[in-house]
Design a protein. Structure first.
Length: 302
Protein backbone atom coordinates (compact mmCIF):
# COMPACT_ATOMS: atom_id res chain seq x y z
CA UNK A 1 0.00 0.00 0.00
CA UNK A 2 1.33 3.45 -0.97
CA UNK A 3 2.28 5.91 1.74
CA UNK A 4 -0.60 8.21 0.74
CA UNK A 5 -3.08 5.33 1.03
CA UNK A 6 -1.69 4.42 4.45
CA UNK A 7 -2.14 8.03 5.56
CA UNK A 8 -5.72 8.04 4.23
CA UNK A 9 -6.47 4.82 6.10
CA UNK A 10 -5.10 6.22 9.36
CA UNK A 11 -7.08 9.45 8.91
CA UNK A 12 -10.25 7.43 8.25
CA UNK A 13 -9.72 5.44 11.45
CA UNK A 14 -9.23 8.69 13.39
CA UNK A 15 -12.47 10.16 11.97
CA UNK A 16 -14.39 7.00 12.91
CA UNK A 17 -13.04 7.19 16.47
CA UNK A 18 -14.33 10.77 16.68
CA UNK A 19 -17.76 9.65 15.46
CA UNK A 20 -18.00 6.80 17.98
CA UNK A 21 -17.12 9.26 20.77
CA UNK A 22 -19.78 11.67 19.54
CA UNK A 23 -22.34 8.87 19.33
CA UNK A 24 -21.97 8.23 23.07
CA UNK A 25 -22.32 11.95 23.85
CA UNK A 26 -25.38 12.32 21.62
CA UNK A 27 -27.12 9.28 23.15
CA UNK A 28 -26.59 10.78 26.60
CA UNK A 29 -28.15 14.02 25.37
CA UNK A 30 -31.14 12.13 23.92
CA UNK A 31 -31.74 10.29 27.20
CA UNK A 32 -31.48 13.49 29.27
CA UNK A 33 -33.86 15.43 27.02
CA UNK A 34 -36.36 12.56 26.92
CA UNK A 35 -36.42 12.45 30.74
CA UNK A 36 -36.82 16.23 30.96
CA UNK A 37 -39.62 16.22 28.38
CA UNK A 38 -41.48 13.38 30.09
CA UNK A 39 -41.27 15.06 33.52
CA UNK A 40 -42.39 18.45 32.18
CA UNK A 41 -45.02 17.01 29.83
CA UNK A 42 -43.44 19.21 27.16
CA UNK A 43 -43.89 18.25 23.53
CA UNK A 44 -41.23 20.81 22.57
CA UNK A 45 -38.60 19.17 24.78
CA UNK A 46 -39.55 15.70 23.58
CA UNK A 47 -39.30 16.91 19.98
CA UNK A 48 -35.86 18.29 20.80
CA UNK A 49 -34.90 14.82 22.07
CA UNK A 50 -36.04 13.29 18.77
CA UNK A 51 -33.97 15.86 16.90
CA UNK A 52 -30.93 14.94 18.98
CA UNK A 53 -31.58 11.34 18.01
CA UNK A 54 -30.88 12.36 14.41
CA UNK A 55 -27.41 13.45 15.56
CA UNK A 56 -26.77 9.92 16.80
CA UNK A 57 -28.14 8.51 13.52
CA UNK A 58 -25.77 10.82 11.61
CA UNK A 59 -22.86 9.44 13.61
CA UNK A 60 -23.76 5.87 12.63
CA UNK A 61 -24.21 6.87 8.99
CA UNK A 62 -20.90 8.68 9.16
CA UNK A 63 -19.02 5.65 10.49
CA UNK A 64 -20.22 3.62 7.50
CA UNK A 65 -19.53 6.41 4.98
CA UNK A 66 -16.04 7.15 6.27
CA UNK A 67 -15.14 3.46 6.21
CA UNK A 68 -16.39 3.19 2.62
CA UNK A 69 -14.63 6.42 1.59
CA UNK A 70 -11.31 5.06 2.88
CA UNK A 71 -11.28 2.11 0.49
CA UNK A 72 -8.11 2.17 -1.62
CA UNK A 73 -8.29 3.02 -5.33
CA UNK A 74 -9.45 0.24 -7.63
CA UNK A 75 -9.91 -0.27 -11.35
CA UNK A 76 -13.27 1.51 -11.46
CA UNK A 77 -12.23 4.26 -9.03
CA UNK A 78 -8.54 5.05 -9.65
CA UNK A 79 -8.73 8.18 -7.47
CA UNK A 80 -10.32 6.33 -4.54
CA UNK A 81 -13.75 6.67 -2.95
CA UNK A 82 -13.27 9.88 -0.95
CA UNK A 83 -16.21 11.67 -2.60
CA UNK A 84 -18.56 9.57 -0.51
CA UNK A 85 -17.85 12.10 2.27
CA UNK A 86 -19.44 15.11 0.54
CA UNK A 87 -22.29 12.84 -0.57
CA UNK A 88 -22.82 12.10 3.12
CA UNK A 89 -22.84 15.86 3.74
CA UNK A 90 -25.81 16.08 1.33
CA UNK A 91 -27.66 13.65 3.61
CA UNK A 92 -26.90 15.88 6.60
CA UNK A 93 -28.12 18.96 4.71
CA UNK A 94 -31.32 17.14 3.72
CA UNK A 95 -32.01 16.17 7.35
CA UNK A 96 -31.43 19.76 8.46
CA UNK A 97 -33.78 21.04 5.76
CA UNK A 98 -36.47 18.55 6.77
CA UNK A 99 -36.09 19.53 10.40
CA UNK A 100 -36.38 23.25 9.53
CA UNK A 101 -39.55 22.54 7.57
CA UNK A 102 -41.16 20.56 10.40
CA UNK A 103 -40.29 23.15 13.05
CA UNK A 104 -41.45 26.00 10.83
CA UNK A 105 -44.75 24.27 10.02
CA UNK A 106 -45.46 23.59 13.70
CA UNK A 107 -44.56 27.16 14.67
CA UNK A 108 -46.83 28.60 11.97
CA UNK A 109 -49.73 26.39 13.10
CA UNK A 110 -49.28 27.46 16.72
CA UNK A 111 -49.19 31.14 15.79
CA UNK A 112 -52.32 30.71 13.69
CA UNK A 113 -54.31 28.71 16.26
CA UNK A 114 -53.00 30.39 19.43
CA UNK A 115 -53.13 27.00 21.24
CA UNK A 116 -50.79 26.64 24.22
CA UNK A 117 -49.92 23.20 25.54
CA UNK A 118 -49.80 23.15 29.38
CA UNK A 119 -46.41 22.16 30.73
CA UNK A 120 -44.97 21.52 34.19
CA UNK A 121 -41.75 23.49 34.57
CA UNK A 122 -39.27 22.57 37.30
CA UNK A 123 -35.70 23.65 38.04
CA UNK A 124 -34.64 20.12 37.00
CA UNK A 125 -36.11 20.68 33.52
CA UNK A 126 -34.04 23.81 33.00
CA UNK A 127 -30.95 22.20 34.53
CA UNK A 128 -31.16 19.25 32.14
CA UNK A 129 -31.72 21.47 29.12
CA UNK A 130 -28.82 23.75 30.06
CA UNK A 131 -26.61 20.72 30.67
CA UNK A 132 -27.41 19.22 27.26
CA UNK A 133 -26.82 22.63 25.71
CA UNK A 134 -23.33 22.70 27.22
CA UNK A 135 -22.64 19.16 25.94
CA UNK A 136 -23.75 20.08 22.42
CA UNK A 137 -21.54 23.17 22.39
CA UNK A 138 -18.59 21.01 23.45
CA UNK A 139 -19.46 18.49 20.71
CA UNK A 140 -19.56 21.25 18.06
CA UNK A 141 -16.15 22.58 19.15
CA UNK A 142 -14.58 19.10 19.30
CA UNK A 143 -16.04 17.97 15.96
CA UNK A 144 -15.04 21.15 14.15
CA UNK A 145 -11.48 20.94 15.43
CA UNK A 146 -11.27 17.27 14.44
CA UNK A 147 -12.82 17.97 11.02
CA UNK A 148 -10.30 20.70 10.24
CA UNK A 149 -7.37 18.68 11.58
CA UNK A 150 -8.35 15.53 9.65
CA UNK A 151 -9.70 17.31 6.58
CA UNK A 152 -13.08 15.58 6.91
CA UNK A 153 -16.00 17.13 5.02
CA UNK A 154 -18.47 14.90 6.86
CA UNK A 155 -17.24 15.90 10.34
CA UNK A 156 -17.50 19.58 9.45
CA UNK A 157 -21.03 19.06 8.07
CA UNK A 158 -22.07 17.05 11.11
CA UNK A 159 -20.69 19.77 13.40
CA UNK A 160 -22.94 22.25 11.59
CA UNK A 161 -25.87 19.88 12.13
CA UNK A 162 -25.09 19.63 15.84
CA UNK A 163 -24.93 23.43 15.96
CA UNK A 164 -28.49 23.44 14.67
CA UNK A 165 -29.34 21.26 17.69
CA UNK A 166 -27.93 24.05 19.87
CA UNK A 167 -30.26 26.54 18.14
CA UNK A 168 -33.23 24.23 18.65
CA UNK A 169 -32.45 23.79 22.35
CA UNK A 170 -32.11 27.57 22.78
CA UNK A 171 -35.46 28.00 21.04
CA UNK A 172 -37.08 25.45 23.35
CA UNK A 173 -35.68 27.20 26.43
CA UNK A 174 -36.94 30.58 25.21
CA UNK A 175 -40.35 29.03 24.53
CA UNK A 176 -40.51 27.44 27.97
CA UNK A 177 -39.64 30.75 29.60
CA UNK A 178 -42.29 32.48 27.50
CA UNK A 179 -44.95 29.98 28.56
CA UNK A 180 -43.85 30.33 32.18
CA UNK A 181 -44.33 34.12 32.20
CA UNK A 182 -47.52 34.02 30.14
CA UNK A 183 -46.03 35.04 26.78
CA UNK A 184 -47.33 32.11 24.77
CA UNK A 185 -46.47 33.82 21.47
CA UNK A 186 -42.75 33.68 22.34
CA UNK A 187 -42.55 29.92 21.77
CA UNK A 188 -43.51 29.87 18.04
CA UNK A 189 -41.64 33.12 17.34
CA UNK A 190 -38.46 31.63 18.83
CA UNK A 191 -39.09 28.51 16.76
CA UNK A 192 -39.17 30.59 13.56
CA UNK A 193 -35.82 32.16 14.50
CA UNK A 194 -34.48 28.64 14.97
CA UNK A 195 -35.80 27.70 11.51
CA UNK A 196 -33.83 30.57 9.96
CA UNK A 197 -30.64 29.51 11.78
CA UNK A 198 -31.03 25.84 10.84
CA UNK A 199 -31.85 26.75 7.23
CA UNK A 200 -28.72 28.88 6.98
CA UNK A 201 -26.66 26.01 8.41
CA UNK A 202 -28.14 23.59 5.86
CA UNK A 203 -27.28 26.01 3.06
CA UNK A 204 -23.68 26.25 4.32
CA UNK A 205 -23.33 22.45 4.44
CA UNK A 206 -24.85 22.14 0.95
CA UNK A 207 -22.52 24.73 -0.62
CA UNK A 208 -19.47 23.10 0.99
CA UNK A 209 -20.46 19.67 -0.30
CA UNK A 210 -21.13 21.01 -3.82
CA UNK A 211 -17.73 22.73 -3.91
CA UNK A 212 -16.09 19.48 -2.82
CA UNK A 213 -17.85 17.46 -5.53
CA UNK A 214 -16.99 20.09 -8.15
CA UNK A 215 -13.30 19.92 -7.20
CA UNK A 216 -12.99 23.45 -5.87
CA UNK A 217 -9.39 24.49 -5.24
CA UNK A 218 -8.10 23.13 -1.94
CA UNK A 219 -5.22 25.62 -1.76
CA UNK A 220 -4.72 29.02 -3.34
CA UNK A 221 -2.44 28.49 -6.35
CA UNK A 222 -0.41 31.53 -5.32
CA UNK A 223 0.54 29.78 -2.07
CA UNK A 224 1.82 26.69 -3.92
CA UNK A 225 3.73 28.88 -6.39
CA UNK A 226 5.32 30.84 -3.53
CA UNK A 227 6.53 27.62 -1.90
CA UNK A 228 8.02 26.40 -5.16
CA UNK A 229 9.78 29.67 -5.90
CA UNK A 230 11.65 29.44 -2.59
CA UNK A 231 13.95 26.92 -4.33
CA UNK A 232 16.66 28.74 -6.31
CA UNK A 233 16.87 26.15 -9.11
CA UNK A 234 13.17 26.60 -10.00
CA UNK A 235 12.76 29.04 -12.91
CA UNK A 236 9.00 28.84 -13.36
CA UNK A 237 5.88 27.16 -11.94
CA UNK A 238 3.05 26.14 -14.29
CA UNK A 239 -0.27 24.30 -14.39
CA UNK A 240 -0.96 24.56 -10.66
CA UNK A 241 -4.11 22.77 -9.49
CA UNK A 242 -5.46 21.34 -6.26
CA UNK A 243 -8.64 19.71 -4.96
CA UNK A 244 -9.96 17.69 -2.04
CA UNK A 245 -9.00 17.78 1.62
CA UNK A 246 -6.29 16.37 3.84
CA UNK A 247 -5.69 12.66 3.30
CA UNK A 248 -7.91 12.84 0.21
CA UNK A 249 -6.37 16.05 -1.12
CA UNK A 250 -4.59 16.29 -4.48
CA UNK A 251 -2.16 18.89 -5.82
CA UNK A 252 -0.51 19.02 -9.24
CA UNK A 253 2.10 21.43 -10.56
CA UNK A 254 4.86 21.64 -13.13
CA UNK A 255 8.29 22.94 -12.16
CA UNK A 256 10.67 24.39 -14.72
CA UNK A 257 14.32 24.03 -13.65
CA UNK A 258 17.33 26.06 -14.73
CA UNK A 259 19.40 22.88 -15.19
CA UNK A 260 19.03 19.40 -16.69
CA UNK A 261 20.24 17.50 -13.61
CA UNK A 262 17.37 15.05 -13.06
CA UNK A 263 18.72 13.87 -9.70
CA UNK A 264 18.87 17.43 -8.31
CA UNK A 265 15.44 18.22 -9.72
CA UNK A 266 13.92 15.17 -8.05
CA UNK A 267 15.53 16.09 -4.73
CA UNK A 268 14.03 19.58 -4.99
CA UNK A 269 10.58 18.24 -5.89
CA UNK A 270 10.68 15.76 -3.00
CA UNK A 271 11.50 18.59 -0.61
CA UNK A 272 8.69 20.71 -2.07
CA UNK A 273 6.20 17.84 -1.69
CA UNK A 274 7.03 17.59 2.00
CA UNK A 275 6.67 21.36 2.40
CA UNK A 276 3.22 21.25 0.80
CA UNK A 277 2.16 18.40 3.08
CA UNK A 278 3.36 20.23 6.15
CA UNK A 279 1.83 23.59 5.16
CA UNK A 280 -1.51 22.43 3.71
CA UNK A 281 -2.02 18.81 4.78
CA UNK A 282 -2.42 17.56 1.20
CA UNK A 283 -1.31 13.95 0.79
CA UNK A 284 -1.37 13.21 -2.95
CA UNK A 285 1.07 15.53 -4.75
CA UNK A 286 2.16 15.17 -8.37
CA UNK A 287 5.06 17.29 -9.64
CA UNK A 288 6.07 17.26 -13.30
CA UNK A 289 9.66 18.26 -14.06
CA UNK A 290 10.70 20.29 -17.07
CA UNK A 291 14.07 21.81 -18.01
CA UNK A 292 14.19 25.51 -18.86
CA UNK A 293 14.62 26.58 -22.46
CA UNK A 294 18.30 27.33 -23.16
CA UNK A 295 17.66 31.07 -23.51
CA UNK A 296 15.78 31.17 -20.16
CA UNK A 297 18.48 29.19 -18.40
CA UNK A 298 21.18 31.52 -19.75
CA UNK A 299 19.16 34.54 -18.58
CA UNK A 300 18.93 33.13 -15.08
CA UNK A 301 22.63 32.34 -14.79
CA UNK A 302 23.73 35.70 -16.25
Amino acid sequence: MAAADVHASLASAAVRRVLWTLLVANLLVVAAKAIAGWQANSLAVLSDAVHSLTDAANNLIGVWLIRAAAKPPDREHPYGHAKLEPIGAFVVAALMGLMAYEIGREAALRLWSGVVTPVTLTPLTFAIMLGTLAINLAVVWYERCAGRRLGSTFLLADAQHTLSDVYVTLGVLVGLVGIGVGWAWLDPVAALVVVAAVGWGAYHVLVTAINELMDAAAVDSADLIALARQHPDVVDVRYVRSRGRGAHGFAELTLVFRHNDLRRAHATSDLLEEQIRQAHGITHITIHLEPAEPAAADAVTS
